[in-house]
Design a binder for this molecule. Sequence first.
Ligand SMILES: CC[C@H](C(=O)O)C(=O)SCCNC(=O)CCNC(=O)[C@H](O)C(C)(C)COP(=O)(O)OP(=O)(O)OC[C@H]1O[C@@H](n2cnc3c(N)ncnc32)[C@H](O)[C@@H]1OP(=O)(O)O
Ligand SMILES: [Co+2]
Length: 133
Amino acid sequence: MRKIEHIGIAVKDLEASNELFRKLFGEGPYKEEEVESEGVKTSFFASGPNKIELLEGTREDSPISKYVAKKGEGIHHIAFDVDDIYAEIERLKGEGFIVLNENPKKGADNKLVAFLHPKSSNGVLVELCQEIS
Ligand SMILES: CC[C@H](C(=O)O)C(=O)SCCNC(=O)CCNC(=O)[C@H](O)C(C)(C)COP(=O)(O)OP(=O)(O)OC[C@H]1O[C@@H](n2cnc3c(N)ncnc32)[C@H](O)[C@@H]1OP(=O)(O)O
Ligand SMILES: [Co+2]
């Protein structure tokens, strides 16, 4: 785990939240991207060397829609940057973490991603991200 890649925040209305975070950061998102496979649309803000990802569900069955319906808006996951996501998945499985998708999938912002079940990480949804070179 090299560093925190981004913190994901689940929101009801991406456009309204973009406006709010534009005020917070003093500048708008550097990227907006829909990830059809996850049923999400996202926007990314740079916060110094770190990133904030805002996510709105685009389908009722999206993890974000379900999360917001159940818990409301708020911090949804912490993403970590890894060098080799395949090796990291094997390592974390060996350490007893529950890997939700052992085959990494294409995420936003040009990444391969995988997730650990929050039940195995003290109630925190962890995302692994490897830059697609
Ligand atoms: C990939 C694009 C983008 C990127 O960065 O590239 C993204 O980040 S996409 C982000 C959205 N996608 C995901 O979150 C995929 C992984 N998530 C899942 O597979 C599910 O959300 C899962 C398995 C974490 C929960 O789904 P489930 O259908 O089981 O929902 P429940 O409400 O029944 O939850 C079960 C249990 O987990 C707790 N929970 C759910 N979500 C979270 C969360 N984000 N953080 C912490 N805990 C969470 C929920 O409260 C339930 O606990 P319980 O004690 O039973 O109430
Ligand atoms: Co994310």
